[in-house]
Design a protein around this ligand. Structure first.
Ligand code: AMP
Ligand code: FE
Ligand code: FE
Ligand code: ZN
Length: 299
């Protein structure tokens, strides 16, 4: 990290333009598994007092234009983002990607493949579930915005609509749980490939909720991800747990990596509220300085 970046005045990006905190860099719309369109997500963020926001739908950039327009019209700075699906052995790893080139061919091929796999996987899970429950593919389509990245949350919403479970949480704890007979894994690249693709597209890669229930990734994999360009960790997230979180904080401080904090807002799909975790101004400035594939949109 060049020292001029570290010394940069908080509140200014690499481009010298001003942004203002508080900043929440992890929000979902109905282009993936949030329940609201991008403009509503931005309105919710604004109501909660945020001034800089990123939209990070799973494996898609389709919401960027609407979100940027809505955010800036409300006086907020918009940072383009995405939450890229990856997998290490049995566990899913989510890589937050910021300020990358949305037209990068390698990254596009990766997200296209993940989204194709998500669709066939959701259909296959629906087939399995339909053997025991009166639930059909149309019910899931009805819960999914056109063109959205489909996932288990949409199956959960269909199960709720049919009255088989109370909410997404109950669906994930049972019918949709990885240990359930109905579960099918989706294709996702390994985390090193994911980080390398984001970085090569001019983006900034940050591991989402890195100290969740599954615990820390193996040290060797972490080293490989850092070598591939991993920039930081989302230490501020409600799913992070001790003692993994403290161990990770030590690593992040020793290597002077980026630290982000965010809500992972999903509208009505999760209890998480915009601004429940935020990212410090100096970290936002460093993130903006590192990203070269696309630019923040200022109000
Ligand atoms: P998928 O990528 O299709 O396997 O589904 C994982 C997604 O489900 C994640 O992006 C989470 O946002 C969401 N999710 C996981 N657990 C829960 C839960 N207990 N309640 C609501 N959403 C959840
Ligand atoms: Fe999600
Ligand atoms: Fe996630
Ligand atoms: Zn998320």
């Amino acid at each position: 990290m060049p020292s001029d970046v570290q010394r940069r005045v908080p509140g200014r990006g690499s481009d010298g333009r001003r942004f203002v905190g508080p900043s929440d860099l992890h929000l979902h719309s109905d282009h993936s598994d949030g329940t609201e369109p991008p403009a509503k997500v931005m309105a919710a963020a604004h109501r909660h007092g945020l001034r800089t926001v990123a939209l990070t739908d799973h494996d898609t950039t389709a919401g960027w234009a609407e979100a940027a327009e809505a955010a800036t019209s409300l006086g907020m700075t918009f940072i383009p983002g995405m939450e890229l699906s990856a997998r290490h052995e049995w566990r899913s790893v989510h890589v937050l990607a910021y300020l990358f080139d949305p037209d990068d061919a390698v990254l596009r091929a990766l997200t296209d493949r993940i989204r194709d796999s998500r669709l066939s996987r959701a259909r296959s899970m629906a087939d399995r579930i339909s053997r025991d429950y009166d639930l059909h593919w149309d019910d899931i389509v009805a819960q999914t915005a056109t063109g959205a990245t489909v996932g288990r949350p949409h199956i959960a919403d269909a199960l709720v609509a049919k009255g088989f479970v109370r909410d997404r949480g109950e669906a994930f704890a049972g019918i949709l749980h990885p240990a359930s007979d109905y579960y099918i894994a989706l294709y996702a690249p390994d985390p090193v490939t994911a980080v390398a693709a984001v970085t090569a597209a001019g983006g900034v890669a940050v591991v989402a909720h890195p100290a969740g229930r599954a615990g820390l990734l193996p040290a060797r994999l972490t080293d490989q991800m850092l070598a591939a360009g991993l920039a930081g960790y989302e230490l501020g997230h409600r799913e992070n747990q001790e003692p993994a979180l403290s161990r990770l904080r030590t690593l992040v401080e020793r290597r002077d990596l980026l630290i982000t904090g965010s809500s992972d807002y999903h509208g009505l799909g999760k209890p998480n509220l915009p601004g429940e975790n935020t990212t410090a101004d100096d970290m936002v400035a460093r993130l903006i300085a590192l990203g070269s594939g696309s630019a923040p949109v200022y109000p």
